[in-house]
Design a protein around this ligand. Structure first.
Ligand code: SAM
Ligand code: DTB
Ligand code: SF4
Length: 346
């Protein structure tokens, strides 16, 4: 198949035209792009750990960790490095390829960053890729993380620039872009995506994807979260986004960001197996694996293993293999697991 060159000049209307395709046509287009760039039956596994929980100064309306909302969450101080090392080792044993640390900070202090840099070193020693999400960074802080061995920095734009103002007031969309520029300049891989189901419109979802596509290069990883509605947060009562609209968002992201790993992120626990399967068909090729996200729950390992076995999906680059069943053998692959010849037998 002819693969169009990577584009950074998508317009919102062009993206909306993809959204408006008949479902089967959109899925077919997404599958073609997916199979041209990736092995279609491999999914990358990342595991998350909250290293500093709750009491956050920001007012993100979706987030259970903001100090402004009473969500009953227990606050926890910065975790000791040894505990992170132990947890990372266990994640590696259960098959994760990347270990991701999240901290409920507006931005880290330089002293906090000393500790996080040690944590990154520990994760790398355990043979895992390392990702952290710590809030806003300065240029020198991003460089320190790179020097410590960090592979990815996660910082989401969350939604469209217009809708963003309805969701967060304590920092701007441009603040986010500044941090992302520091991350890119430091030579780190960028993990940047957003949340679907916060009451935004389709145009906002399209705008979010357009902003991601305007980044040069495209983010290596784009998490698409479906809002986890947490009691006590301002978004606890918002209407659910339609299942097909969510799948369409994955498919459109896959087409517009052909070389990016699209992660089916928060919200999987509330999804049926069939809905998750549609998301994989639409081109999602990465998930959070393990029973906890940061503060909310994720599907049990046994449930995920069963789903992957049923779908014949293999974990990307995980050793030892974690999935049983006919298709459950793991292969060592490169960063993006690009398919050399997707017609060759598995
Ligand atoms: N405090 C840092 C920050 O905001 O940059 C890092 C951690 S923060 C929890 C990381 C991301 O998690 C947010 O940008 C948001 O996209 C996602 N997130 C938080 N709460 C969520 C929820 N209830 N449902 C879905 N995604 C959520
Ligand atoms: C991302 O986009 N999703 C993850 C990760 N980046 C850090 C976080 C999801 C958090 C869901 C709510 C919680 O567990 O607190
Ligand atoms: Fe704080 Fe991050 Fe939650 Fe916003 S998303 S309240 S910055 S932890």
């Amino acid at each position: 198949m002819n693969t169009p060159a990577l584009r950074h000049d998508w317009t919102t209307d062009e993206i909306l035209r993809l959204y408006a395709l008949p479902f089967a046509d959109l899925m077919f287009a997404a599958q073609q792009v997916h199979r041209a760039h990736f092995s279609a039956n491999q999914v990358q596994l990342s595991q998350l750990l909250s290293i500093k929980t709750g009491a956050c100064a920001e007012d993100c309306s979706y987030c259970p960790q903001s100090a402004r909302y009473d969500t009953g969450l227990e606050r926890e101080k910065l975790m000791p490095v040894d505990e992170v090392r132990r947890e990372a080792r266990a994640a590696k044993e259960s098959g994760a390829q990347r270990y991701c640390l999240g901290a409920a900070w507006r931005s880290p202090s330089d002293k906090d960053l000393d500790v996080v840099c040690e944590m990154v070193g520990a994760i790398k020693q355990e043979g895992l890729e390392a990702c952290v999400t710590l809030g806003m960074l300065t240029g020198p802080q991003a460089k320190r993380l790179k020097a410590a061995g960090l592979d990815y920095y996660n910082h989401n734009i969350d939604t469209s620039p217009e809708f963003y103002k309805e969701i967060i007031t304590t920092r701007t969309f441009d603040d986010r872009l500044d941090t992302l520029a520091h991350v890119r300049d430091a030579g780190l891989h960028v993990c940047c995506g957003g949340i679907v189901g916060m009451g935004e419109e389709r145009r906002d979802r399209a705008e979010m994807i357009r902003v991601l596509s305007s980044m040069t290069p495209h983010p290596e990883s784009v998490p698409v979260n479906r809002l986890v509605k947490v009691k006590g947060t301002p978004l606890a009562q918002v209407d659910d986004v339609d299942d097909f609209e969510f799948v369409r968002t994955i498919a459109v992201a896959r087409i517009v960001l052909p070389e990016t790993m699209v992660r089916l992120s928060a919200g999987r626990e509330a999804m049926s197996e069939s809905l998750q399967a549609l998301c994989f068909l639409a081109g999602a090729n990465s998930i959070f694996y393990g029973e906890k996200l940061l503060t909310t729950t994720n599907p049990a390992l046994s449930r995920d293993k069963r789903l992957m076995a049923k779908l014949g999906i293999e974990p990307l680059g995980a050793t030892p293999p974690v999935f049983d069943g006919a298709h459950g053998h793991a292969h060592a692959h490169g960063d993006r697991g690009r398919a050399v010849d997707e017609t060759s037998p598995a």
